[in-house]
Design a protein around this ligand. Structure first.
Ligand SMILES: Cc1cc2nc3c(=O)[nH]c(=O)nc-3n(C[C@H](O)[C@H](O)[C@H](O)COP(=O)(O)OP(=O)(O)OC[C@H]3O[C@@H](n4cnc5c(N)ncnc54)[C@H](O)[C@@H]3O)c2cc1C
Length: 474
């Protein structure tokens, strides 16, 4: 692509070398290329390189090093903090890298790092298989995987990182390695939750699982019953089998035909059960929940995996402003329920939601130091997602989200989920998200990125300013 911008950095050289487009300020398409999922983010990168292949990524890294440029790395562009773009940076944009290869006999899928989870579900469901992911099709596989990855399959098959078998990575010095249990083991450990701190992943290989019968949907309750509903959710979810994912929360009922008229536009309490198994088993497993908290709206039924993955798409319209925060909880005592619900009342935006995810199952049986994902023994993830239309001042929405997290502190396990840390939450939140794994992450960072080249992220500065001697490249 030709550009009209003038700059002291010889971007024309880069444009001539890469196969993808190099988009500069003033080029048509610049504003579209710098936009990310969170419409509140308004960053102006110096250049955006839309890479076509791994060679482009290597070229960009070497060019940035040679000219002392700051870089940002964009996968799906979904991160609420907006780390996929950055003021004055060279954005290494992977969003055109979208191919997927399923090995049905080996039960694996290899995916390019620009894929979204919608791409992966599309590729694998055709073979009756899936790998654990998030719950929104437009989320990028790269950022989600590198932070851990929590979704409906987490109790059944573990986190996304528990199913990662290998990653191809361009390192800070522009070299390329494959990290797995057999190669660059320290790097492979760090990539399974340590975020974009260690290199640019160009492809991921995941283990696949057969996913056939699925039963799930939404149970709706008037908001005045929210305390009873969360108490029943707590009791029933404590004994849930691994096959059952159980989410609970507060949302605004959409004006959809399946919602009774008196609930449309109202705040409602909701429970999402997703059972991976036969319908008759599912109804047996869900009976105690329905008895303890009879819903006014029961939309549960046999579903395909793809339908389940799209259950909440309607709650996440495009073009909104977002602020995320989250906390790991050991429990959910009555006082926490009361205080969280009090803090969540009078939400300044009908689009904002709080969601409790019951953890445990396979995720909880992995050792806390097996990957950087520390809070394996947490009972719940409390995820507070403030979402509002452009034009509304952000302060009230951010304050609402923070107050809810604060209200849950009595049951806090000590930190939050790194993929739900908003941009301004400070380094202490990043450190707390890694608990006892932080020091090892900082050591791996020192071995693989001693200059903190990869720093536009939830950053883990290197433990010591050393060379590459400490790499675990066995
Ligand atoms: C509406 C919504 C729903 C969500 N749902 C879930 C969910 O169900 N489960 C869950 O676990 N999380 C969920 N998330 C959080 C999500 O995992 C993070 O926002 C994640 O960062 C998104 O990844 P991305 O590639 O789309 O983001 P990007 O903004 O592109 O990147 C995020 C971070 O990863 C780095 N990065 C991106 N690609 C690469 C790469 N190839 N190599 C190295 N570093 C890279 C970036 O530099 C940046 O620091 C959700 C977020 C939103 C906004």
């Amino acid at each position: 692509m030709t550009t009209s911008a003038t700059t002291t950095v010889p971007y024309t050289e880069l444009a001539a070398t890469v196969r993808g487009d190099l988009i500069l300020p003033g080029d048509s398409g610049y504003d579209q290329a710098r936009a990310v999922y969170n419409a509140m983010i308004d960053k102006h990168p110096a250049a955006i390189a839309r890479c076509r292949d791994t060679a482009d990524v290597i070229t960009c890294v070497r060019f940035a090093r040679q000219h002392g440029l700051e870089i940002a790395v964009r996968g799906g562009g979904h991160n609420a903090a907006g780390f996929g773009v950055w003021d004055g940076a060279l954005v290494i944009d992977l969003s055109l890298l979208r191919s997927t290869t399923v090995d049905p006999d080996g039960h694996t899928v290899r995916v390019d790092a620009g894929c979204t989870w919608g791409d992966i579900d599309h590729a694998t469901v055709a073979f009756g298989m899936a790998t654990p992911s998030g719950f929104l099709a437009s989320t990028g596989v790269a950022g989600l995987t590198l932070g851990g990855g929590i979704g409906y399959l987490a109790r059944r098959f573990g986190l996304t990182v528990d199913n990662l078998l290998a990653a191809d990575v361009v390192l800070a010095d522009g070299t390329f390695v494959t990290a797995s249990e057999n190669s660059h083991r320290d790097l492979f450990w760090a990539l399974r939750g340590g975020g974009g701190n260690f290199g640019i992943v160009t492809s991921f290989t995941y283990r696949l699982h057969a996913v056939t019968g699925v039963y799930g949907g939404l149970l709706g309750y008037t908001v005045d019953r929210a305390v009873d509903v969360l108490q029943a959710y707590r009791e029933v979810s404590a004994d849930a089998p691994d096959r059952l994912a159980l989410y609970a929360g507060l949302v605004t009922a959409p004006p959809a035909p399946f919602v009774p008229e008196h609930l449309r536009g109202q705040r409602v309490a909701g429970v999402i059960p997703v059972y991976f198994g036969a319908a008759d088993e599912a109804t047996r497993v869900l009976a105690p929940l329905l008895a303890a908290a009879p819903p006014v709206l029961d939309l549960t039924k046999p579903m395909t995996y793809r339908e389940v993955q799209q259950l909440t798409d309607g709650l996440n319209p495009p073009g909104m402003h977002h602020y995320y925060t989250a906390e790991w909880l050991h429990g959910l005592d009555d006082q926490t329920i009361e205080e969280v619900l009090a803090a969540a009342a009078n939400t300044p935006s009908p689009f904002s939601v709080i969601v409790l995810k019951r953890m445990g199952g396979v995720t909880g049986r992995v050792a806390a130091d097996a990957t950087p994902f520390w809070y394996r023994d947490a009972a719940y993830n409390l995820d507070v997602h403030a979402q509002w239309a452009p034009g509304s001042p952000p302060g009230q929405h951010i304050a609402w989200a923070r107050a809810i997290r604060q209200a849950a502190q009595r049951d806090s396990a000590g930190g939050g989920y790194v993929n739900f840390i908003g941009g301004d939450q400070g380094h202490d939140r990043v450190r707390a998200a890694y608990g006892g794994n932080y020091a090892r992450l900082a050591r791996v960072k020192a071995a693989y990125d001693p200059d903190n080249f990869f720093r536009v992220n939830n950053n883990i500065p290197p433990a010591v300013p050393s060379g590459n001697g400490g790499r675990g490249d066995r």
